[in-house]
Design a protein around this ligand. Structure first.
Ligand code: SER
Length: 578
């Protein structure tokens, strides 16, 4: 069956059996304990614990409407960073579509197992064998599942039911804590296709299991693997989900390189589609690694005619039909920008890689830091020289460096007041520094505008600036209405248009206070401080850095507002090129 048909059949089977279809949530999770969405159940975590009620609680992927039922079905965009290094073999992937049916107290083992068997029968797939949890000191053997499978013709005697330990047949939690439980898994042609989790426990951050009030069902079946068995392919990259993309790689290239490029192209399309942009941290860093890896291949195999763009275009063509957030223009422009940025340093980095005698974590990290060569590339192209290099040691260097650079930045930016205790600016390189500087000046204008529109009770409660946005917290009781949002934006943009000069004056703290410059009453300032002012519109005590004229900021927009605590609101502001 085609993957198109499998998606359709899956949803309609469960719909017919009283499940509500819920759209995939974004790859950027709502759950701060994970970097990217890695399982179908993530958007439903709070229904298992009872923290949310599917009948009344607003649900994000339903535009804030409640689910309105306890049984749901979805096809979830998922990404597993843990598998990045395995990609290139026959079955590992980074991005995949996870099909799943879920129940929050509606049904349990019997229905879940029977649905799975019935669905696979309906699409002509024969189960090889199943596995069931054999029990350990904390969780008993799953006798109930054994009995249900026995009735369906599976047993240990026949050899098509196996008992497995916790390593194999216990799932979760995602992130540091959450629902989890024993599983039963279904194997077809030696491939695990369906994982059925019986969410009976809550695993705390300390690893302790407590029984959930209501048991739930969480199942996951990767569309790619199901397509592989349904389309009788031995290799996942030969299914219709990959073949057209892999075919855009010149046939002279190594099979493994071809697979990496096909996998990464698909992942890039989905990550950019969900609004992730390459950067040096978190999800942005994952995207950057994927992009740079294919860019290195472009560089190495240009004489063979390898180019990533046709792969990206193919992936867009294949998936934008189901995922409307995928926009070709965005993907091409984000990828091209990263390419331009990376090209200048790549050639030098490759030369340096050739020059060094051996590669340990430290020297590998230097290559990353100076030339932006990602770990995978160093490992791969380093060959014998990089034999002893392992990811953990490299990551350790990366973490160390991040701490040092944070401390360094605080020094660079004046190291007092705003930046140390109540706010933070984060930039990884000169380019990011330029953006955060513009956002920083915009943040001063934002505070002034908020006070003008909402009144002088508005006071800064914190700020955090990265290259993506400024996050400004301030004291105020309620959400701003649309009119107020617009008035604030307009005031900031007017101050930008007026191209005010940003003046910096050093003076004693006592004199600074007399000028009525905004400052934190509770903050300890040094004897000499800097006051930054822009016309008569804004005046603040601050360590800088700032642009010299407000026009440099570009256009300012309020992207989001939310509540942080009682009486404290948060605004996320962004800038666009004017
Ligand atoms: N949460 C389980 C998994 O991701 C089943 O959906 O495999």
């Amino acid at each position: 069956m085609t993957s198109f048909e499998l998606r359709k059949q899956f949803l309609s089977f469960f719909k017919k059996n009283n499940h509500i279809v819920v759209p995939s949530s974004s790859l950027i999770p709502d759950d701060p304990s994970v970097l990217l969405t890695s399982a179908g159940m993530q958007q439903f975590k709070s229904y298992y614990t009872g923290a949310a009620d599917p009948m009344v609680s607003p649900h994000l992927s339903l535009k804030g409407k409640p689910i309105g039922g306890v049984n749901v079905v979805s096809i979830q965009k998922s990404f597993r960073t843990s598998d990045i290094d395995e990609v290139g073999d026959e079955s590992h992937l980074t991005f995949f579509e996870m099909m799943g049916n879920f129940s929050f107290g509606g049904y349990f083992k019997e229905e879940a197992i029977k649905y799975a068997k019935e669905f696979l029968d309906s699409i002509d797939i024969t189960i090889d064998y199943v596995t069931v949890f054999k029990g350990d000191k904390d969780v008993p053997k799953d006798e109930e599942s054994i009995k249900i499978w026995n009735e369906l013709g599976f047993s240990q005697e026949k050899g098509n039911l196996k008992l497995e330990n916790k390593e194999e047949n216990f799932w979760g939690p995602t992130g540091s804590e959450g629902p989890c439980g024993p599983t039963t898994e279904i194997f077809v042609n030696g491939v695990e296709v369906w994982n059925i989790v019986f969410n009976e426990y809550y695993c705390g951050a300390d690893g302790k299991l407590t029984k959930l009030k209501k048991s739930g069902i969480d199942t996951g079946m990767g569309l790619e693997r199901l397509s592989m068995v349904s389309q009788e392919k031995k290799i996942i990259f030969e299914t219709d989900l990959f073949k057209p993309i892999a075919d855009a790689v010149p046939s002279s290239l190594d099979e493994r390189v071809k697979r990496v490029c096909a996998d990464h192209a698909r992942s890039i399309v989905f990550l950019v589609g969900d609004g992730i942009r390459p950067s040096n941290k978190e999800a942005g860093y994952i995207l950057r690694r994927l992009m740079r890896r294919v860019l290195v291949y472009e560089n190495l195999y240009k004489d063979d005619g390898y180019d990533t763009l046709p792969l990206l275009k193919k992936a867009v063509e294949m998936f934008s039909e189901f995922y409307s957030e995928i926009k070709e223009d965005d993907i091409i422009s984000v990828f091209s920008q990263e390419k331009t940025k990376f090209q200048t340093t790549l050639a030098k980095g490759l030369k340096e890689l050739e020059r060094v005698d051996s590669l340990d974590a430290k020297s590998a990290f230097r290559l990353y830091e100076s030339f932006g060569l990602p770990y995978e590339i160093i490992k791969e192209l380093g060959g014998k020289k990089a034999e002893s290099l392992v990811q953990e040691d490299f990551d350790e260097q990366l973490d160390k460096h991040r701490e040092i650079s944070r401390a360094g930045q605080e020094r660079k930016f004046g190291g007092h007041g705003l930046l140390l205790d109540t706010g933070e600016l984060k930039a990884a390189d000169e380019e990011e520094l330029n953006i955060v500087t513009r956002l920083h000046t915009a943040t001063h204008l934002l505070q002034a505008a908020l006070r003008e529109v909402l009144g002088n009770e508005v006071e800064q409660a914190g700020s955090d600036i990265t290259a993506d946005r400024t996050r400004f917290d301030f004291t105020f009781e309620r959400k701003l209405n649309d009119k107020e949002v617009k008035a604030v934006e307009d005031l900031v943009n007017k101050a930008i248009k007026d191209n005010l000069k940003v003046e910096e004056k050093e003076m004693s703290y006592q004199d600074a206070i007399k000028t009525q410059a905004l400052h934190f009453a509770k903050e300890k300032y040094p004897a000499t401080v800097k006051v930054y002012s822009m016309g008569t519109f804004s005046k603040e005590l601050c360590g800088g850095p700032h642009v010299s004229q407000t026009k440099e900021i570009g256009k300012f927009k309020i992207a989001k507002q939310e509540s942080v605590a009682a009486g404290v609101r948060r605004i996320r502001g962004i800038i666009e090129e004017a």
